[in-house]
Design a protein around this ligand. Structure first.
Ligand SMILES: [Zn+2]
Length: 699
């Protein structure tokens, strides 16, 4: 920011600091709690009965701002938070129009209820709204506010029974559907209606269901980068719509906040992950220990001198010595620690010898925490693990690991049958006991971690309890990488009573941003997963992450000269190498030209697809024409979206800053793994922002 623009925005700060903003939103059907005995319409009709029933439901009581978990509400709350960050906590007030409680402030304690205007007929709405005194409450509530935003669906808007008394110096902005715009009438205040339909949902690329909240959030993002905006909208409400067109670059709130918890909904057209609700248990006693992300290591290095324009590697480079890890590219690592499995250490003789010589930290060029485990997935088919406790203790110790995990045996697939599972379970527990005893006697420096396996909540919990009794202060749950989050939650709930304020709890192989709030609440203090990294080349569609939660597909432009099965097939079928090379180069060049603004989206897309349409993988030597058509259709849509959004231009990570558009080309280790580094950056940032937002909520 230049000095002069700083002065301007400071000057206007004092202007809009006095601007009072009110937001009125509707209640949503999705709520944080859904007890079967929630309040119904009948309960709201009689005050004594309402009180009695509310007491019955007291355990589900929470602030109105936190009760609703529908998309509109979640996005809106993120917007409100942002506005408060920009304009001060008191600058914005929020009221919720509840079909049960009437018009209520966000900080009112309420219990779950199931009443909505949406299923009532016109006269019913009028009658019930009159009982709730919605009209009078609204008229009274807006007095003294300069700028009022209303995010109400048709039936909620009807319940206001406009007009109400307003002032000429007030500005009211309605976000409403086309059909409901007619309810907005005869207001003295400056009035502006932003009409929303499927067309707008498509334009803003957000589902109609939560669109009002999403747009308010988007507006708040613009306010956070342009201080005068709020005042300009107050003067000229049309500016509101214009402000939505700007693509926010910074200060974007993550989709993950502690409030972003809502139930799974089928058929929702929004692209984001659905949040797992936080179970109704007190926070785990170890919550003060924080939460850490470990990345599993698997030779995730790139050539630092790779020439992207010529597509050539550094000549004569030594893979171990010249290549760099993500943490050598980023100033701050995108993880709190690294997990190295014994099977990975030993996957080549040279590597094993090198690590034995210089130790684990030096080998991976990382001075932070390194956790070691045996990599149970490497031997799960064996009857017993191929290691014994003494050798493992020495291994961790001599290589300098900070944490070492006891020897476990996976209980998965055919090995989770009754009879086999019990054997593996007791063996894992016995190993853990042996491990901590010998660790104590041997006076080792690393922290021992007891690995737990199990097949249901009870078996996991029983082992955790036993480990705590053995003296473990760090316990890791294994075998859950493919288990649905809901089942993991059930296991964690069962473990919850045994955790102490000193117990650390690790989840192996799980990084699900949508479950992190719930996991953390239930006592998970660390987890590891390579999926953001490896998704960059293993996920066919969602392989480039963005902070908004949206994931893009990188453009596949495989090397003609690195014979892949696709290229081989084409050459065998009469395509000339020169023709293919031309298509390949044109595709790459088109992206680079597009990047600097020298080629339109359509022209670029045409050149990308000209190469891409040849690339459907043959089965038994032949390409299925239907599969080919599917691929073309899909890629056309995905690549267009990528070109429209240009996410690499808005990412502030080191990778995108340095290699730009090359990061969204699916092509070889040096681009794909770098894109994985970018994904890890995005994931870790979302995770950090969640921890941050949690802190803010505590205060
Ligand atoms: Zn990036």
């Amino acid at each position: 920011m230049t000095e002069s623009s700083l002065t301007t925005s400071l000057a206007s700060t004092s202007l809009w600091r006095n601007l009072r903003v009110l937001i009125v939103t509707s209640c949503t059907g999705e709520k944080r709690f859904k007890p079967t005995s929630q309040l119904t319409l009948e309960d709201f009709k009689d005050l004594a009965r309402l009180q009695f029933r509310s007491n019955e439901l007291a355990e589900f009581a929470c602030l109105a701002s936190q009760m609703y978990t529908g998309l509109q509400h979640l996005r809106l709350m993120e917007g409100v938070e942002l506005l408060r960050q920009s304009c001060g906590k008191k600058a914005v007030d929020l009221l919720i129009l509840s079909a049960g409680y009437g018009l209520i402030p966000e900080n009112q304690m309420i219990v779950p209820y199931e009443v909505t205007f949406n299923i009532m007929k016109g006269p019913e709405i009028d009658e019930w709204a009159e009982f709730l005194e919605v009209h009078q409450a609204f008229e009274k509530a807006i007095v003294g506010y300069d700028l009022v935003f209303l995010l109400l669906g048709e039936k909620y808007l009807r319940s206001l029974r406009l007009p109400v008394e307003t002032q000429t110096e007030q500005t009211l902005i309605f976000l409403a559907s086309k059909t409901s715009a007619s309810y907005v009438r005869h207001l003295t205040a400056k009035t502006f209606v932003v009409t929303l339909s499927n067309l707008e949902a498509k334009h803003y690329r957000y589902g109609l269901v939560g669109l009002k909240g999403f747009l308010l959030k988007r507006f708040a993002e613009s306010v956070s980068t342009e201080a005068e905006l709020l005042h300009r909208v107050y003067e000229k409400p049309e500016v509101f719509t214009q402000s939505l067109e700007r693509i926010p670059t910074k200060l974007e709130l993550p989709e993950v906040t502690v409030n972003s918890i809502h139930e799974k909904k089928v058929g929702n057209n929004s692209k984001e992950d659905k949040f797992i609700p936080i179970p109704d248990l007190p926070p785990s006693p170890n919550i003060h220990l924080g939460m850490q992300y470990f990345i599993p290591e698997w030779d995730d290095r790139v050539d630092p001198g790779y020439d992207f324009l010529k597509d050539v590697s550094t000549p004569n480079r030594n893979l171990y010595e010249n290549d760099v890890y993500a943490h050598e590219i980023f100033t701050i690592p995108n993880y709190d620690g690294i997990l190295v499995s014994k099977v990975v250490v030993e996957d080549s003789k040279t590597k094993k010898a090198k690590i034995n010589e210089i130790g684990i930290h030096k080998f991976i060029h990382f001075q932070g925490s390194v956790m070691g485990d045996c990599g149970a997935f490497g031997y799960f088919k064996e009857e017993v693990p191929p290691y014994n406790t003494e050798e493992i203790l020495d291994y961790y110790d001599s290589l300098g690991f900070n944490y070492g995990v006891s020897i476990d045996h996976l209980i998965v697939g055919q090995f989770s049958e009754p009879g086999i599972r019990e054997t593996r379970y007791s063996l894992t527990i016995k190993n853990a006991e042996d491990f901590i005893q010998k660790h104590r006697i041997g006076g080792y420096n690393f922290t021992p971690i007891g690995a737990v396996q199990g097949w249901n909540p009870e078996s996991y919990a029983k082992a955790v309890k036993a480990y705590i009794d053995m003296g473990y202060e760090y316990i890791a749950l294994g075998g859950l990488a493919r288990t649905p989050s809901k089942q993991i939650i059930e296991i964690l709930k069962e473990i919850h009573p045994y955790l102490t304020s000193r117990t650390r709890l690790h989840l192996f192989g799980i990084a699900r941003i949508n479950a992190i709030p719930a996991f953390r609440h239930l006592g998970v203090t660390s987890f590891d997963s390579a999926s953001p990294l490896r998704g960059a080349w293993l996920d066919p569609k969602a392989n480039y992450y963005t902070l908004s939660g949206k994931k893009h597909a990188a453009v596949r432009i495989p090397f003609v000269d690195k014979y892949s099965i696709r290229i081989k097939h084409l050459l065998n079928n009469g395509f000339s190498r020169d023709d293919l090379l031309l298509l390949e180069q044109k595709a790459i060049q088109s992206l680079r030209k597009f990047d600097i603004g020298n080629l339109s989206i359509d022209e670029t897309l045409q050149l990308l697809l000209a190469y891409d349409e040849l690339l459907e993988l043959p089965r038994d030597g032949k390409v299925d024409p239907k599969a080919k058509e599917r691929r073309q259709k899909l890629h056309k849509v995905m690549y267009r979206e990528l070109l429209q959004d240009k996410p690499w231009k808005y990412c502030d990570c080191k990778i995108c800053q340095i290699i730009g558009v090359e990061a969204v080309i699916f092509r070889g280790n040096d681009r794909n793994r770098r894109r994985g580094f970018h994904n890890t950056y995005v994931f870790y940032k979302q995770f950090q922002e969640f921890l941050q937002s949690e802190k803010q909520h505590e205060h």
